[in-house]
Design a binder for this molecule. Structure first.
Ligand SMILES: Nc1nc2c(ncn2[C@@H]2O[C@H](COP(=O)(O)OP(=O)(O)O)[C@@H](O)[C@H]2O)c(=O)[nH]1
Ligand SMILES: [Mg+2]
Length: 361
């Protein structure tokens, strides 16, 4: 009779004799693997020396969903934290095709030519689904990618914007500790990601292109309100006149917004990421902003506020994850949903019951 196949994972097969000696090949690969796993102290000291390979490894670590990586990631972040903060953080947003990647290439090259060290991070919630767009971006940033004083990191993956944003925020800390003094966070102008980026940068730049008189349509008012500068890109060739007209219109529209807490009057400018016209003056504008907000103490005040915000955001996110991933809650949630659906209990009662259950778990 055929022996019954035991499919239990707990079952051990007997009768397999071990080879007397370990193959040298295997030994070698184990040694190599060990050499590759690097302690958090080593990682920190390499990052502080400006090692971009170590920086990438650390960012991969914070992006990992493997729970065993979490404590190591936190060690690295805490080790880097005292060396962070010394930078200007710039958020750049705009709809796909507006020229963000091309702009960042031109802008980034301008900054490195001034001796700046530039890190580019991206928050792109759509790319975590399609695993996309970054390859395209890297080819648009051909020169910057090769620049020794630049670092480009594709967007973190994750299944929630909150998660992706938190990882990006931690990546900012690592980049700063690695010596990058100008951090650019790029996001696609869709959905909630602008708000997330706005809450982690000092300066928020909205990239636009001139349309045929429809400049002010289709822009979410909230995004315009967040902008410290509106830059109309592709102001080259036949487009220059239209771009200048758009500039006038945006200026007029901005006057309708209340004065910002920063005391800064948002600027509207035009540029071409291709001819590089106007690129240098955007950097001057950001410098002016930094000088103003550091002299009126808004700069530090805002960073402190952002720290508080991110602590609370992280708590919210973790609480939600713990709740929804608890096996008992997963079971009870289904039952409660049915009860609500069939009007046995109100949605409010259902929620309270689940929360009460969670407290007891
Ligand atoms: N004429 C012109 N074309 C531009 C400019 N900036 C970007 N483009 C083009 O616009 C297209 C989209 O640019 P890309 O940087 O990929 O936009 P993104 O989706 O916002 O990152 C590309 O074909 C670019 O070559 C510019 O300043 N002038
Ligand atoms: Mg792009």
């Amino acid at each position: 009779m055929e022996p019954k196949k035991n499919t239990s994972a707990l079952n051990e097969r007997d009768g397999v004799t071990q080879p007397e000696t370990l193959s040298t090949q295997v030994a070698k690969s184990i040694q190599q693997f060990r050499r590759k796993t690097i302690s958090s102290d080593e990682l920190i000291s390499k990052i502080l020396k400006g090692d971009k390979v170590a920086l990438s490894r650390a960012i991969t670590l914070i992006e990992s969903t493997n729970p065993t990586h979490l404590s190591k990631a936190n060690e690295v972040i805490n080790g880097c934290l005292p060396h962070a903060n010394n930078s200007i953080r710039i958020g750049i947003t705009g709809v796909p095709g507006v020229g963000k990647s091309t702009f960042i290439e031109a802008f980034g090259k301008h900054l490195t030519s001034l001796g700046k060290k530039v890190a580019v991070l991206a928050i792109d919630p759509s790319s975590s689904l399609s695993h996309g767009s970054i390859l395209g971006d890297k080819t648009r940033m051909e020169e910057l990618v090769k620049d020794e004083n630049a670092y480009i990191r594709p967007s973190a993956s994750g299944d929630s914007l909150g998660g992706v944003a938190r990882k990006t925020r931690e990546a900012i800390i690592l980049c700063e500790a690695c010596g990058f003094d100008t951090i650019i966070i790029e996001t696609v102008g869709v959905g909630q990601s602008e708000t997330a980026v706005h809450s982690m940068v000092d300066f928020f730049l909205l990239l636009k292109i001139a349309g045929a008189g429809d400049e002010l349509q289709g822009i979410k008012r909230g995004i315009m309100e967040m902008a410290d500068a509106i830059v109309i890109n592709k102001a080259d060739g036949d487009n220059i006149r239209k771009a200048n007209l758009a500039k006038v219109e945006f200026n007029r529209a901005l006057h309708l917004f209340p004065l910002k807490n920063s005391g800064w009057n948002p600027k509207v400018t035009t540029c071409s990421a291709i001819t590089k016209e106007g690129i240098a003056s955007i950097w001057n504008t950001i410098n002016e902003y930094e000088i103003l907000t550091k002299s009126n103490d808004y700069f530090n005040h805002r960073r402190e506020e952002q720290n508080q915000y991110w602590m609370l955001e992280t708590i919210n996110e973790q609480l939600k994850n713990q709740f929804y991933n608890h096996p008992e809650i997963i079971k009870a949630l289904e039952i409660t949903k049915q009860k609500v659906l069939t009007h046995q209990i109100s949605p409010f009662t259902g929620a309270i019951e689940l929360l009460e259950l969670y407290k007891k778990l």
